[in-house]
Design a binder for this molecule. Structure first.
Ligand SMILES: [Ca+2]
Length: 498
């Protein structure tokens, strides 16, 4: 077993490795557009490829949500590559999205929260990213760019024009405080004032807008990037001031589905954990998580309902994927378009006794779906390389034939046999601030509903001969506590409680 100092040295060494990788990217020269199709014996791509990027909100991988979206599996998994080891670097909406659209870890964007002063759209602007993020770079490289749906948190009906988001030929953003209100959304198009869609389901609104922008993009002369960011399956919030999050609201046509489905009863689901050392403790998480009470049957039943509502709500995203693929096919653009599908962070329901939510370093929260289909991408292929959200902007740069940026923390991911994607083994997971329970159950009188100190850093490592998760038993280090390696599965995580 590794020593305490050895583990710390390994951690710091891996962090240094990441910085070294970022500063010695293998692609320091101007590239030609990726020509993966020729590698399969297909015809050479004569035009720069298009990109459609679909990003859901809070969609899990570990709770099997993708198994309930058959059209997505048909169009993207069967006709593309499934990256089974894809991770977010910060399991929270806004920091994760800023990292995604800049290719940088949150400790390098300094956008670490969903609201000011440490996060949200105002912080994104204050950090200078409104003139320095993916759509701006793609425009400069000759792309037409479009975006509809949720961009960032704290992007509101009050600050949407201070300043307007830069970098898009066309945009139609979901705005707070109506972002998560499934039946009362508000969107803001280009430089127009916000418009309320009260009474319409948010999924129907975004499908209409997404396909409209796709038509605009298809009719243009330049290659295009169309990002579609439905809020599904995020919890419903009707009144943001109270932070009361409830199960997502499916469309009427999907409310009858999956009546017998329950949250997968995996090893860590609502475990029967003992905290008395004399009773052979079986820790499930550390710090505040280790003190969570076991959920009673009413709570478990509610959480199963919550899970079903997420699956039902996701059916609209499945329809959206189908609509996008059909529209591209009708236009003749499908074969020269990359379609990327992912989520901004994962989700847990009941694992480690947690109420529905995210923000933790567990597998459920940091693993998310990633599908890519497009020219030269292997079909019906499962890729086991470790990939992360900060790799996606560099990957799109490779696809578009743009020189990699020196300030990228990530590297292009493997796209096919001709891809220069660099493989790595680790994911730097980092988090600052709150953990918020969603759903109607709180943590009980001894544990405030909102955990104010959920700050941690973790390393998730997967190699040929080892797989070091953060989801079983944290190895913890605090100034007050000794290092504890709790099982023979060594997990690398460092928590910094108060
Ligand atoms: Ca999210």
């Amino acid at each position: 077993m590794k020593s305490f100092s050895g583990l710390l040295a390994l951690c710091s060494g891996l962090l240094a490795l990441q910085d070294a990788v970022a500063s010695t990217s293998p692609q320091q020269v101007i590239q030609q557009p990726l020509n993966l199709a020729s590698g399969k014996g297909g015809s050479l791509i004569k035009e720069r490829p298009n990109i459609v990027f679909i990003i859901t909100d809070d969609q899990d991988l570990q709770l099997d949500s993708i198994d309930y979206t058959p059209l997505t599996l048909k169009h993207l998994k069967k006709r593309g590559t499934f990256y089974k080891n894809h991770f977010v670097t910060t399991a929270l909406c806004c920091p994760s999205r800023v990292s995604l659209w800049t290719g940088r870890q949150a400790h390098n964007t300094n956008v670490t929260d969903v609201h000011p002063p440490y996060g949200g759209y105002p912080k994104f602007v204050a950090q200078g990213f409104n003139s320095n993020f993916l759509p701006v770079w793609l425009q400069e490289a000759g792309y037409d760019t479009y975006y509809t749906g949720k961009l960032f948190n704290a992007h509101t009906i009050y600050n949407y024009d201070a300043p307007h988001v830069a970098g898009f030929n066309g945009s139609d953003f979901l705005l707070d405080p109506y972002t998560y209100s499934y039946l009362n959304s508000t969107y803001q198009r280009n430089h127009d004032p916000p418009v309320s869609y009260e009474g319409r389901h948010t999924a129907d609104v975004i499908e209409e807008k997404a396909l409209g922008f796709l038509d605009d993009a298809i009719s243009g002369d330049r290659p295009f990037f169309v990002a579609i960011a439905p809020v599904t399956p995020h919890s419903n919030i009707d009144h943001q001031e109270t932070l009361r999050m409830t199960a997502p609201i499916p469309a009427e046509r999907h409310k009858h589905l999956f009546n017998d489905v329950k949250v997968p009863r995996t090893e860590h689901f609502n475990p029967d954990t003992l905290h008395n050392a004399e009773l052979e403790p079986k820790p499930s998480g550390v710090n505040w998580i280790s003190r969570l009470p076991q959920q009673n049957q009413s709570n478990v039943d509610y959480n199963d309902h919550f899970y079903r509502q997420r699956l039902r709500a996701l059916q609209t995203v499945d329809e959206l994927v189908d609509g996008v693929v059909k529209r591209l096919e009708e236009s003749g653009k499908l074969e020269n378009t990359y379609i990327v599908y992912t989520s901004d962070n994962g989700y847990h329901i009941g694992q480690h006794r947690l109420q529905p939510g995210k923000e933790c370093g567990f597998e459920e929260d940091i693993r998310v779906p990633l599908f890519i289909r497009g020219p030269g991408i292997p079909e019906d292929h499962v890729e086991d390389a470790v990939t992360t959200h900060i790799d996606l902007a560099p990957t799109l740069f490779e696809i578009a034939g743009i020189e990699q940026r020196d300030d990228f923390d990530g590297t292009p991911i493997p796209l096919g046999k001709d891809s220069v994607g660099l493989r790595h083994e680790h994911v730097t997971v980092e988090y600052w601030g709150l953990a918020i329970p969603e759903g109607k159950y709180d943590f009980g009188p001894d544990n405030p509903a909102t955990i104010t100190n959920n700050t941690y850093k973790a390393l998730r490592i997967i190699g040929d001969e080892y797989d070091l998760p953060t989801h079983t038993n944290y190895t913890i280090y605090t100034p007050q506590a000794e290092l504890t390696v709790q099982t023979n599965t060594v997990s690398l995580a460092i928590l910094y409680p108060e």
